[in-house]
Design a protein around this ligand. Structure first.
Ligand code: UDP
Length: 238
């Protein structure tokens, strides 16, 4: 497969066309960004660690019957994925209160959310990713009613698989962000599942092993990402 021209460059990944119209390449870069791009940095190997963590979790989800866009790795950081039509909704799943939900509502950091809370944000840099509800998603034409209920169903199923797998590896999953795409008449999981898009806490110490290390200057983000990789992908990093 050939990597052709760049189609889109986001904060941490760049998407390329390939010689197969049904496939794209998602390159995981070493760049780190937080607070809507106000804090920027770069960390050697971050892209590789996030790519391998994503691959492992996509493969696990596929085994459990959840369709994803993952195809294969072309290089250490170039992931071949299905060319989906991305739905402009960021789906946030929360199991434990942390981050923005604690700032906006009277939750305590660390408080269990049972059942899990699913929030939809409109994926738009121009509008600052505002929280939306089903009615706004429908009125904006972002997705149909059936698609929204399928997305919710998939998000909960993904959450169950991830909480169990990570729990066995001494990791808590307070929250994470998913993106979905339309493909072959259905909805499949797209984007990534990595230390950039999930909160991972050590089960025993509660230590953050994710992008919060970078956001709040809590140490070396790459050391935290490597610790997650060690537990999630032991066959490579253990
Ligand atoms: N998240 C993300 N991209 C976004 C917004 C959030 O990957 O544009 C992830 C974030 O890493 C966290 C979860 O979604 O795991 C919930 O984020 P939150 O709303 O608490 O915002 P934050 O505290 O990250 O500003």
């Amino acid at each position: 497969m050939k990597k052709l021209e760049q189609l889109h460059s986001g904060k941490a990944k760049t998407v390329f066309r390939t010689d197969d119209p049904g496939k794209l390449i998602m390159e995981f870069r070493d760049s780190l960004s937080a607070f809507d791009g106000k804090k920027l940095s770069s960390a050697s190997n971050k892209g590789y660690l996030n790519a391998r963590i994503s691959v492992k979790l996509f493969e696990l989800l596929e085994q459990k019957g959840i369709p994803t866009h993952y195809d294969s790795m072309l290089t250490d950081i170039d992931m071949v994925v299905d060319n989906v039509e991305i739905i402009l909704i960021e789906v946030i799943v929360r199991n434990i209160a942390a981050g923005s939900i604690v700032k906006k509502y009277p939750f305590e950091t660390g408080q269990q959310l049972d059942p899990p809370v699913i929030v939809f944000d409109y994926k738009s840099d121009e509008y600052g990713d505002p929280m939306i509800n089903d009615d706004i998603a429908l009125a904006l034409g972002l997705a149909t009613k059936d698609e929204l209920s399928r997305i919710r169903e998939l998000a909960l199923a993904i959450n169950s698989v991830l909480v169990e797998y990570l729990g066995e590896r001494n990791l808590l999953l307070p929250d994470f962000k998913l993106e979905f795409g339309r493909f072959n008449g259905g909805i499949i999981l797209a984007d990534e599942i990595s230390c950039d898009t999930c909160r991972f806490w050590d089960k025993i110490t509660g230590e953050s092993l994710d992008k919060d290390v970078f956001r709040f200057d809590r140490g070396d983000p790459v050391a935290a990402y490597r610790e997650v990789a060690k537990r999630v992908v032991p066959e490579i990093f253990g």
